[in-house]
Design a binder for this molecule. Structure first.
Ligand SMILES: NC(=O)c1ccc[n+]([C@@H]2O[C@H](COP(=O)([O-])OP(=O)(O)OC[C@H]3O[C@@H](n4cnc5c(N)ncnc54)[C@H](OP(=O)(O)O)[C@@H]3O)[C@@H](O)[C@H]2O)c1
Length: 273
């Protein structure tokens, strides 16, 4: 598994398993399937209700906690609620640490929320802290008012929204770019049926979904596709087993629409920063 290295030295697998919209009752079973297929990085969030299922799958595996990379995201705002929320997340996971905790979206009191993440980091409850759905202006403000640099920004990124405006900013800051909705959620079929994507899939003897994922990971973008279909879960991980050429990667840039598929959050619109 290829890793990225954060600005604090911690490493994260470039491809993991997402759990958004996975029903909590079947999360443990799905994550167990993913672990058995070779996934080690799992993305959960307080708001998904999947933290207990992730913890159960890890506890039932033959592997040690240290062999996993688990991300969660806050749904609280402000210092006290976030401090308490993080402790509750640890209890739900059944672990004394997370590998990565993100502020899920830029809430009103995000500087105070981040201070709770910093304290959890200093206390050893999380190995790295970061952001999700933050635009450069919001990150600049946070950098000016915090002590621990965020390691990552998890934002909507796929063929139809390539984040060409955000990427150079993150690179200059030494903040890793992570993609949510790498297969475009409900727009996946449209992306996968594009003749240019299908042609690359045929050439490399892979699926369109594998082309879309490899196109991200070869650009150094961490991603966490979600699937409850075991064949898809296996195929998504196997996307790391082939390579697109630099020209092929460049050939897909033309499909960027420069905007979100769901327009959430609106502060991420490219004309807002
Ligand atoms: N930070 C945030 O605000 C935020 C927001 C959204 C998501 N996320 C995270 O990012 C993860 C991924 O995003 P997402 O779940 O929204 O969308 P996604 O991974 O882009 O798309 C999931 C959809 O793609 C289908 N799919 C997956 N693999 C496939 C394959 N190989 N071939 C064909 N179809 C395939 C799935 O259906 P099947 O189940 O039928 O395969 C599902 O309908 C989430 O699970 C979550 O962990 C974060």
């Amino acid at each position: 598994m290829q890793n990225v290295t954060f600005n604090n030295g911690v490493q994260m697998p470039i491809l993991g398993y997402g759990t958004f919209q996975t029903p909590p009752a079947i999360t443990a079973e799905n994550v167990t399937n993913a672990i058995n297929l070779g996934y080690r990085s799992i993305d959960t969030a307080q708001v998904y209700g999947t933290e207990p299922g992730v913890g159960e799958a890890i506890a039932n595996s033959d592997l040690n906690r240290e062999q996993f990379f688990v991300t969660t995201k806050t749904q609280t705002d402000g210092y006290a609620a976030t401090k308490q929320g993080l402790d509750e997340s640890l209890t739900r996971l059944g672990s004394d640490y997370y590998d990565l905790v993100l502020i899920h979206w830029p809430t009103a009191h995000r500087l105070e929320t981040y201070r709770a993440l910093e304290d959890a980091y200093q206390a050893g409850k999380v190995r790295a802290i970061g952001l999700s759905n933050f635009n450069p202006n919001q990150i600049d403000d946070l950098l000016a008012n915090s002590h621990v640099k965020p390691v990552i920004d998890q934002v909507e990124t796929h063929l139809f929204w390539q984040q060409t405006k955000l990427r150079p900013y993150l690179a200059a800051q030494g903040i890793v770019h992570e993609a949510w909705a790498p297969l475009g959620e409900n727009f996946g079929r449209e992306m996968m049926n594009l003749p240019a994507v299908k042609a690359l899939a045929e050439k490399h003897h892979v699926t369109s979904a594998q082309v879309l994922l490899r196109w991200l990971t070869q650009q150094g973008i961490v991603t966490i596709p979600k699937s409850t279909n075991v064949k898809h879960v296996a195929a998504n991980l196997a996307s790391l087993d082939f390579s697109l050429t630099p020209d092929e990667i460049a050939s897909l840039r033309q499909f960027d629409r420069g905007h979100s598929i769901k327009d959430w959050p609106q502060s991420m619109r490219e004309d807002r920063y």
